[in-house]
Design a binder for this molecule. Structure first.
Ligand SMILES: Cc1cc2nc3c(=O)[nH]c(=O)nc-3n(C[C@H](O)[C@H](O)[C@H](O)COP(=O)(O)OP(=O)(O)OC[C@H]3O[C@@H](n4cnc5c(N)ncnc54)[C@H](O)[C@@H]3O)c2cc1C
Length: 410
């Protein structure tokens, strides 16, 4: 195992930071009144205001012109083909530098790992269908969402009730999707529906993936779902009311939708873990600075042992998570499936970030609770991350299943 970063990754990281500092940070600063005030950020119905969506599009398209937006897309899809080692490094880098709650940086300079941009899921489209949409997605002009979860199907996807029924050359889709990131704003949706109820009831497939345009008749997003104190949301509910989709827009084989859905999950979980390490480093740096300057009982709080313990515990957590993330990325890059390792990394790094944000808020006292320092935003973000892409319990279920099946290599 060699943890030396590829020179290319370091060079890309430097140009990425230059790009964000030169173009995105000034844009955020120029629109601080809009972006920093949730009453203006969202409209009454909890959707991002049109001006916010326009700014995000500008950032995506500029990032795409510079090659950053597509750098993790596979070469077969026309992306930069960067692998997991580069991905975790670059995610850590930008999160450590810019911290949480950056409405134009996170997921706009680099899209969400598998639900947007040149996601690995696009490989399942038939080539002629991909040709129709690829350029718009790669340029950042058009965005995607990934609709697997439903009111009765989260951890247990076989609870899915959405149905797709064949009708001539088309399929007709009916059902509800819930918690779907970017659904209120997406141009296209990758959705999954039961095509063989008996197979799905027996938990043996029976689910198929489809690629839809969100302006199609019968497709709507009746509401967003604000979570963790926000006034609006990135996530929403999708209603599918007899949406007609051509068989040419099927993703992968009939009945093999879960294979399609899971094909991006490794990328997603590793990318999320890299972000968690970066955000934890950002929070620890803030806590170190504050501990050196804030005085109580006649000395900087950094000299109180209780504060030192918080700082040291953060460092131990970050070091452990970072080592796991890097090792796992290396395993995936060298062709190992690393199923239990990816689950360990997802659960550990998201839970690590919760602990680190909590301790860093504690080190700041009341200051840590203010909106101004963004630690509380980081804390809310950290709490959210323990649910999507497989909860902590589901990751542990996967780890235990692998162990019990004899996968005891580390
Ligand atoms: C911010 C956010 C963004 C999301 N984005 C998307 C998206 O873009 N696309 C999408 O399809 N979905 C998305 N989701 C949905 C997400 O994947 C689900 O919320 C998640 O899989 C959990 O499902 P659930 O909420 O239905 O919880 P449930 O499955 O109902 O679980 C409830 C509790 O029971 C536990 N549990 C369930 N089964 C077991 C078991 N076998 N053993 C032990 N414990 C168990 C869970 O861990 C949890 O603690 C998003 C969710 C959030 C919060």
């Amino acid at each position: 195992m060699d943890f030396t970063l590829p020179e290319e990754a370091v060079a890309i990281g430097e140009s990425l930071i230059k790009f964000i500092d030169r173009e995105v940070v000034p844009l955020e600063e120029a629109h601080r009144d809009l972006l920093g005030n949730e009453r203006r950020l969202f409209t009454e119905d909890g959707r991002f205001a049109p001006e916010v969506l326009a700014l995000r599009k500008t950032v995506r398209m500029r990032s795409a012109e510079e090659g950053f937006y597509t750098m993790f897309g596979s070469e077969a899809l026309g992306g930069g083909g960067l692998g997991p080692i580069e991905a975790v490094y670059l995610q850590e880098l930008i999160n450590a530098r810019y911290g949480p709650d950056r409405p134009l940086i996170q997921t706009f300079v680099i899209p969400s790992p598998f639900t947007n941009g040149l996601t690995p899921l696009l490989q399942w489209l038939q080539p002629e269908t991909l040709d129709l949409y690829r350029d718009g997605i790669a340029s950042g002009e058009k965005t995607l969402c990934f609709g697997l979860s439903e009111p009765d199907a989260g951890s247990d996807v076989f609870g899915m009730r959405s149905r797709a029924v064949r009708d001539g050359d088309d399929w007709v889709l009916t059902g509800t999707k819930q918690w779907i990131t970017n659904a209120p704003y997406a141009d296209y949706a990758m959705v999954f529906a039961v095509t063989d109820p008996d197979a799905a009831a027996a938990r043996k497939g029976g689910i198929t993936g489809f690629f839809l345009r969100t302006d199609q008749a019968g497709f709507s997003v009746p509401s967003t779902i604000p979570v963790m104190g926000h006034l609006g949301a990135e996530i929403g509910i999708i209603a599918l009311e007899g949406v007609r989709v051509a068989d040419s827009h099927r993703m992968g084989a009939v009945g093999e939708g879960l294979k399609v859905a899971m094909s991006g999950v490794n990328t997603g979980r590793l990318g999320m873990a890299g972000s968690c390490v970066g955000l934890a480093r950002w929070a620890l740096e803030a806590a170190l600075d504050y501990a050196k300057t804030r005085k109580t009982f006649g000395k900087p709080i950094a000299e109180h042992q209780a504060i030192q313990l918080h700082l040291a515990d953060c460092a131990m957590d970050i070091y452990a998570a970072r080592s796991m993330v890097q090792n796992c990325a290396w395993q995936v890059a060298t062709g190992k499936r690393a199923v239990k390792e990816i689950s360990m990394v997802k659960a550990f790094s998201t839970e690590m970030l919760n602990r680190v944000m909590d301790r860093c808020i504690q080190v700041h006292g009341a200051m840590g609770l203010t909106n101004e320092l963004r630690l509380e935003a980081g804390y809310r973000f950290a709490r959210v991350m323990r649910i999507p892409d497989g909860t902590g319990e589901i990751q542990r279920r996967t780890i235990a299943q692998r162990l019990l099946a004899g996968d005891v290599d580390f």
